[in-house]
Design a protein around this ligand. Sequence first.
Ligand code: SF4
Length: 396
Amino acid sequence: MSYEFIPRRQIQERGVRRVRYVRSLDKIATIPAEEREALKAVTNHYVFRANDYYLGLIDWSDPNDPIRRLIIPQIEELNDWGALDASNEQLVTVARGVQHKYDHTVLLLCNEVCGGYCRYCFRKRLFMDNNEEVANDVSKGLAYIADNPSVTNVLLTGGDPLLMSTRRIVDILDALRLIPHVRIIRIGSKIPAFNPWRIIDDPQLQDAFLRFSTPTRRIYLMAHFDHPRELTEHAVGAIDCALRSRLICVNQCPLIRGINDDPTVLAELFQQLSWIGCPPYYLFQGRPTVGNEPFAVPIVRGWKIFQEALRRGSGLARRARFVMSHATGKVEIMAVDDSNIFLRYHRAKDPADRGRFMVYKRNDDAFWLDQLEPADESDAPKFSQSSRLAVDEGPE
Ligand code: SF4
């Protein structure tokens, strides 16, 4: 892989590169006609969207190609599994498009479109008809944040915020920067993987990042790469542009069966991410969301893969935490032995749970916290109050 920085003048001369969106499987001739027909039962439930660039990363000769699994529907998505809102995000929704679960952090769901739709998405409900959880008008969210001085972190999410027009992004960043207590703005985006030119070819967007990501109040790009094959020279270029525009870049992704549930693949992903200045931050245990059965990895197996991947990496490639985004908080999977699974609240919705260390009986078939049994038959097993990790939680 080679990458060279592209000066603005060169971009102006060659013109802005635009990806072509593909919204129907019928446009993908490499999928046999009868398969496309059968998959309509899936796309009637869970919308499909990709683009020519991303589809070009697929090795069509491999039926198990990881990029194909990530973006092309499969019939197993119809298997009975999970809930539409597996982490009960509606419980922490304080206004349309505004989620407030942890003291310091507010989420603004400001866009309901993505550069492509990941088949394993835990927010696929947002892309369904009649969903009202996204607010294109963020004024209520901004007012809520302004009224809550404890909110130092704002995450722009959705959907993908970088799919919004540059004008809208600038307006939101501008408004957030007028709120003195907001220090960190995070942008959760898979655009560097789906359409790197959205960043590379937009000098106005880069200028906005330069303007609003300041030495004391940074903007973080929470990138979402799942597999090393997504780290093309163009994707690396998008991260380079973000870094040159003063963004701090980190990566978060779920552990997904058939895509990155292999220590070699995960180690490679973590290594390459650290090399390009976008080190791994969170590896998520997949939420038990409807449609996601073909992507689910049990907790214990996931932990082993994660540990093995860490062993193969070095330094900044090993900074990731393996967590479950549970309705009660972010639960870190810390260790597994012959009998138990050891967990800790990395972030907790209820202040009483902050830093709480928990021991559950080992269950190799469990995919989620709710399927585990406490080792001591209580919700606060084995470890006494005094052994609770006394941490003063900073921002997530
Ligand atoms: S980019 Fe994120 S929000 Fe969009 S489909 Fe993928 S996982 Fe879901």
